[in-house]
Design a protein around this ligand. Structure first.
Ligand code: CNA
Length: 245
């Protein structure tokens, strides 16, 4: 049996699948990842993405943070692709218990997934750093587009608005982490896809899996390839387009 057939067979026989993904899940929706050839690390910026997307950079240089954030993170018109859609279908069919994602783009929910653990937060939620008023992603986008040279400020108190994403140097949300680890521990199949598995603590989530159907689907090699029961160096869309729910 070839690797793809083995994967499809395991999907068919499993009842508590968890999918754990990263930026590679959304590249086929037109959102660049950080590390592949077309990703953000291979483009020219005055600072590397990891520096711009850090807590200290946000505090010390919010204008440059928001310039990058609007340009490269808030992608206009991005829609769920076949992988997001098939994962939502697997959940609706009662075969998948959760999606755990490092992505902040909200595309899993847009595709219809209900149980989603966003370990790095989401661009869809934003809050005033002073009075904590909440803003949607669209509201923040509108504020930036209306006055690109001004920082997005709270209409209530004038405080600086911050996206509810986990920036480098910040800790993860305890409840989200607990939910993600519980689902992974109880999974009978763990599919890991579109992540270079180098960003911690998120990459360590794999270690909570107890079963014998750990599948890695990634275009390039990862440090966890040798621990997986099955490794597919393929595009996610190519694999998930074959999944029958
Ligand atoms: P990464 O380090 O950029 O790795 C992405 C991986 O996906 C690479 O190894 C690629 O080879 C692989 N890949 C790209 N496209 C595909 C595809 N179509 N099929 C299969 N594999 C593919 O991204 P990680 O998620 O591992 O890094 C963690 C960071 C990146 C997280 O904190 C994310 O929040 C952050 N990020 C998120 C987004 C988003 O929300 N869409 C975009 C860019 C970065």
């Amino acid at each position: 049996m070839d690797k793809l057939d083995q994967f499809l067979e395991w999907v068919k026989e499993s009842k508590r699948i968890v999918f754990f993904g990263g930026a590679g899940v959304s590249t086929e929706s037109g959102i660049p990842d950080f590390r592949s050839v077309d990703g953000l690390y291979n483009q020219k910026y005055s600072y590397p993405p990891e520096m711009i997307l850090s807590h200290s950079f946000f505090v010390n240089n919010p204008s440059e943070f928001y310039r990058f954030y609007r340009d490269k993170i808030l992608i206009d018109g991005a829609e769920p692709n076949i992988t997001h859609k098939k994962l939502a279908e697997l959940e609706a069919a009662g075969k998948l218990t959760a999606v755990v994602t490092q992505n902040i783009d909200g595309l899993h929910q847009k595709a219809g997934s209900k149980t989603v653990f966003e370990v790095h937060g989401t661009v869809a939620r934003n809050f005033c750093t002073h009075c904590h008023k909440m803003f949607t992603g669209d509201e923040v986008k509108e504020l930036i587009d209306k006055s690109p040279l001004r920082l997005p400020e709270c209409d209530n108190c004038g405080g600086l608005i911050k996206p509810d994403v986990v920036l480098y140097e910040e800790g993860l949300d305890d409840e989200v982490w607990a939910g993600a680890t519980r689902h992974i521990r109880e999974a009978d199949m763990l599919i890991v896809g579109g992540t270079s598995l180098v960003v911690y603590p998120a990459a360590g989530l794999i270690n909570y899996y107890r079963g014998s159907k750990l599948v890695l689907i990634n275009k390039s090699e990862t440090p966890y390839d040798h621990e997986a029961n099955l490794v597919l160096h393929m595009a996610l869309g190519e694999v998930f387009s074959k999944v029958v729910c």
